[in-house]
Design a protein around this ligand. Structure first.
Ligand code: UD1
Length: 344
């Protein structure tokens, strides 16, 4: 066993894929999740893929007593990967305090408990949303941080500052902040994937639900942007590639392969793809048509953003390798699996 890792939000979309890669790499995993946006059956999927069922604690990370109990009952937690957070941009505008409480109190609780229990490092899930509408693309880690356009985005910025200030104060911990671009797709086994609650707000779940007939038509939000085909451009990164980056970053931090106590990495492919190009890729890869129509812009959307992943490529020795067509196939196979199981 390489060490014991606490994965908060470990039954969620990116969390579950990361648990699989951690277990494959020989780590023992303890998951804490309140199941507010995920399902207990995810543990079956993880067990089917890896042969190991992670330890699971159903609790809320904002509850310091529950977290303390977890650390007492699972001694020797070496590292934490913190996924537990609310992430819907629109909802965060409606319920800002929920977002500030969930996302910030969770982080503060974890940081407070780490030194008490000898936990060495924390990997934090951040987002390219911290760059806002970037002045130029691709975006590297030194690009300016822009004023957040939603409470959700603000929680990511404030969280990065909380971690930075705590480490600068001399706290005996290390951290890696990972700024994700747009994670998409599912595990190739189709045993785990993204399970959106209600009507999806994000592009890929809406697209796959349209392709299977749950939604009538996908709305493409705007074709009058300053991009080659007029639709927005994003850096769509395969979720398994993304999960693997967490294992590499964690290892670097815990095994002191870096002198730094705090490092920041962009996680993207380095390639920008438009919304219309993504729909084409899905249709080409799966042979399934996606009924879609152009509608007006969605308020708050960024026109174009894609990563310069050179730092992660060179320093971590990690690279996103899965093709967009393979990623689209994995998303489709996951949607088919949900239908087969009668979930949707
Ligand atoms: C948003 C957040 C990001 C967050 C991510 C996950 C911002 C600026 N971005 O990313 O921080 O991590 O959600 O929740 O806060 N689109 C359509 N039709 C749809 C859905 C989406 O055309 O039905 C388009 C959008 O206009 C956008 C692209 O697809 O251009 C991607 O949208 P989405 O999947 O929601 O992700 P982001 O907005 O990039």
């Amino acid at each position: 066993m390489k060490g014991k890792i606490l994965v908060t939000g470990g039954t969620g979309y990116i969390g579950s894929h990361t648990v699989v890669e951690l277990q494959n790499a020989g780590y023992e995993v303890v998951i804490i999740d309140n199941l507010s946006n995920s399902n207990i059956e995810v543990l079956d999927g993880i067990e089917k893929i890896t042969g190991v069922r992670p330890i699971f604690v159903k609790a809320d990370c904002t509850d310091i007593n529950a977290l303390t109990k977890l650390f007492e009952e699972n001694p020797g937690i070496n590292g934490i990967i913190n996924f537990a957070a609310s992430k819907a941009v629109g909802e965060s505008v409606q319920k800002p305090l929920l977002y500030y409480r969930n996302n910030l109190v969770t982080l503060i609780n974890l940081l407070e408990l780490m030194p008490k229990y000898g936990t060495k490092g924390i990997v934090f899930s951040s987002s390219c949303t911290v760059y806002g509408e970037p002045d130029k693309n691709p975006v590297d880690e030194n690009a300016p941080i822009k004023k957040a356009t939603s409470p959700y985005g603000n929680t990511k910025q404030i969280s990065e500052e909380i971690i930075t200030d705590y480490i600068h104060s001399g706290a005996p911990i290390k951290s890696v902040i990972l700024r994700y671009f747009n994670p998409v797709g599912a595990h190739p086994s189709a045993e785990i994937g993204e399970l959106p609650n209600g009507v999806p707000q994000n592009l890929i779940p809406y697209l796959t639900q349209t392709a299977i007939g749950i939604r009538k038509e996908l709305s493409v939000f705007g074709n009058d942007y300053n991009t080659p085909d007029g639709s927005c451009i994003r850096d769509f990164i395969n979720v398994v590639d993304l999960a693997k980056a967490h294992v590499t970053a964690l290892e670097r931090m815990l095994e002191d392969k870096s002198e730094e106590t705090l490092e920041i990495f962009n996680l993207g492919t380095g390639v920008g793809l438009s919304v219309l190009e993504l729909i084409n890729s899905f249709e080409r890869a799966t042979g399934v048509k996606v009924p879609h129509k152009i509608v007006g812009r969605r308020s708050g959307d960024i026109e174009k953003v894609w990563a310069d992943p050179a730092k992660a490529n060179n320093v971590l020795g990690w690279k996103a390798t899965t093709s967009i067509d393979d990623t689209m196939r994995s998303a489709w196979n996951w949607q088919l699996k949900l239908r087969e199981r009668g979930i949707m």
